[in-house]
Design a protein around this ligand. Structure first.
Ligand code: C5P
Length: 322
């Protein structure tokens, strides 16, 4: 009998986040180039009397323990589909920044789903798991599959991408998070303010950058850096201006990374984490040391991409009773 199952799930950075106009349902169509990076949460599931969540890690106090936690919702959705009572203890060892624009909450949803599926042996297909992920949130399917992928629709319709090498990143973690809906709302507001409109009829449909996809395929950091900083706002991330508008100090963080020798500096997803592409592993260490000393972030972490998606890393089996 299985006693507990642990699943490791990566964070993500968006190499490109092209955001279309607001749809009637409030979401935005995207051309979202996801890259999984080697910073991980680990979710352990154990049978229990009732569904409960515990969290460990430096920002554990900022993580909800109630049913708003995507890990709890994942367990409930899977259980409901298979006529199971979700009586599990979900323990989250949190290393991905909370509300940081790195899909930490999505990672916990995907991880809990995979762990509960293995514990309950539901026999769910990969398609069913991906369906549940999409119901949980736009970024959750990518947390399950990892690697690199183009996300269309609101980000949930994935096509795998080929990456021809390892990219080395530094992530500047901010004090406190940013709300994703607030950042999308600020993006709409800035567009409306410019006078061009902010709806799906006003904004050109988002398209992936051919130069960026070529750079990924070639594993070419210099070419990727050029593609990351192309575009009208000097960033492949259409949410960057909105995140900086809500948190102006991010401009100092981005500048500090560039001054420290990063090939490219951009806000990660909806922020406030900032991502810096380095030439190689040694370059990343150097940028991280300079950023940590700059006083413009709480901490700087190095991580490489691409990284594998949600993976079972441990299965503890109870000894059979005599
Ligand atoms: O899908 P998810 O629950 O992660 O989205 C959180 C919020 O982010 C949505 O309610 C919406 O405000 C915004 N969002 C969006 N367009 C997307 C993805 C997210 O407007 N493609």
């Amino acid at each position: 009998m299985i006693d507990s199952i642990a699943v490791r799930v990566p964070a993500k950075v968006n190499a490109q986040l092209a955001v279309g106009g607001r749809r009637p349902d409030g979401f935005h169509d995207l051309a979202n180039v996801f890259l999984a990076v080697g910073l991980y949460d680990e979710i352990t599931v154990t049978p229990a009397d009732e569904l409960r969540i515990t969290v460990e890690g430096p920002d554990a106090d900022q993580v909800p323990r109630d049913r708003t936690n995507l890990a709890a919702r994942a367990a409930e959705l899977l259980a409901a589909r298979h006529g199971i009572e979700p009586r599990v203890h979900l323990h989250i060892a949190k290393d991905i920044p909370v509300a940081g624009g790195m899909a930490g909450g999505s990672a916990d949803g995907a991880g809990a789903l995979l762990a509960c599926d293995a514990l309950w042996n539901t026999g769910a297909t990969r398609e069913e798991l991906l369906d549940i992920c999409a119901e949980l949130g736009s970024d959750v399917p990518f947390s399950l599959v990892g690697g690199a992928a183009l996300g269309r629709g609101r980000g949930e319709l994935l096509t795998p991408l080929t990456v021809g090498g390892t990219f080395h990143w530094v992530f500047a973690v901010a004090d406190g998070g940013l709300s994703t809906p607030a950042v999308y709302g600020e993006c709409d507001r800035l567009r409306a303010e410019r006078g061009a409109g902010d709806t799906i009829d006003d904004v050109p449909a988002p398209e992936p950058s051919a130069a960026l996809l070529d750079a990924l395929r070639a594993g070419d950091a210099t070419a990727l850096a050029a593609a990351l900083t192309a575009g009208p706002d000097g960033s492949s991330n259409d949410l960057q201006a909105a995140a900086v508008s809500l948190r102006p100090s991010l401009a100092d963080t981005l500048r500090a990374g560039t001054e420290a020798g990063a090939l490219a500096s951009l806000v990660s997803g909806s922020g406030p984490t900032c991502a810096f592409l380095a030439k190689d592993a040694a370059g990343a260490e150097q940028v991280a040391t300079a950023l940590a000393a700059s006083g413009t972030c709480r901490t700087a972490r190095v991580a490489a991409s691409p990284a594998a998606g949600a993976t079972v890393v441990r299965e503890d089996r109870r000894a059979p009773s005599a």
